[in-house]
Design a protein around this ligand. Structure first.
Ligand SMILES: Cc1ncc(C[n+]2csc(CCOP(=O)(O)OP(=O)(O)O)c2C)c(N)n1
Length: 262
């Protein structure tokens, strides 16, 4: 724990399963927030519904635990009501990209001044392992018993296309890079989106021959393709295996943003 000043120890024990990666992402986020020197009274954590969305309950600041898929709508309201507040949203791949998909693209388009950390465990964790828009092709879930047949929604690319000012993707293996990316997101005015690929041994790994926590972390490490390497491979016409995902910084720009304090 590097940011225990922000952590509500009175809420322990937490709800997360043994080996869950969400704690790593929360710790990286709190470390980045702490490094910003922000006042707890001016910082609000907002979330939807899911295991990932339970994160604000373990943080000492005021927070909003809202309805499924609607965290960004609530967050937009809070930011526009009081632009001086710092807004950090925790969400999951189901919360953000399935039921909340439309809110996601429009928050990016509006470029609302907030930082969104999505814990992408490639499945609906809280409800017992249904497939999400981020479940890899061929992966087993309760709703894809013969293997997912649909392509993965690339959340980072979506955020870039929809207009977010800062977009990065890392994994629970890349803690230093992830913490740095979150801090850059916090520093960047406008909508910052950080996708954190994370292990879910209980709902995902157990069904997909990644039963040990270390198996899933190794999966994340070996399937992450550094952005620079991906670009080089594309330039050289080298095929990129479809199961790989890019990690690194996707964009950093200064489109006009909504809710930036004057
Ligand atoms: C309107 C509504 N529909 C469905 C649900 C049931 N539900 C709760 S959490 C969840 C999925 C969460 O998945 P994700 O956002 O990926 O979070 P995780 O639990 O994996 O962190 C669903 C479908 C709900 N609570 N509300």
């Amino acid at each position: 724990m590097s940011a225990d000043d922000w952590f509500r120890t009175d809420r322990l024990p937490h709800i997360y399963c043994t080996g869950c990666g969400n704690g790593t992402i929360i710790n990286c986020t709190l470390e980045a927030v702490d490094a910003m020197g922000w006042n707890k009274n001016d910082t609000v954590f907002i979330s939807g519904i899911g295991c990932s969305s339970r994160a604000p309950g373990y943080i000492v600041t005021d927070s909003l635990h809202t309805t499924h898929g609607r965290a960004l709508a609530f967050a937009t309201g809070v930011k526009l009501a009081n632009p001086r507040l710092h807004i950090v949203v925790f969400t999951g791949d189901g919360d953000l990209a399935a039921i909340g998909g439309n809110h996601f693209i429009h928050a990016c388009r509006r470029n609302v001044d907030m930082t969104v950390v999505c814990m992408n465990n490639m499945i609906y964790g809280m409800t017992g392992g249904q497939g999400s828009p981020c479940t890899p092709v061929g992966a087993l879930s309760t709703t894809t018993p013969y293997g997912m047949g649909e392509p993965v929604f690339d959340l980072a690319e979506l955020a870039v296309t929809a207009g977010a000012n800062y977009v990065a993707r890392w994994t629970s293996y890349h803690v230093t890079e992830l913490t740095r990316a979150i801090q850059t997101g916090l520093e960047t005015p406008g909508f910052s989106f950080i996708e954190a690929m994370v292990q879910c041994p209980t709902a995902y790994g157990r069904r997909n021959k990644l039963r040990q926590v270390s198996d899933m972390i190794t999966y994340l490490k070996t399937h992450a393709l550094l952005m620079q390497k991906k670009k080089r491979m594309e330039e050289e016409g080298e095929p990129i295996p479809p199961e790989m995902f890019a990690v690194g910084e996707f964009t950093r720009r200064s489109r006009p943003a909504l809710g930036v304090p004057k």
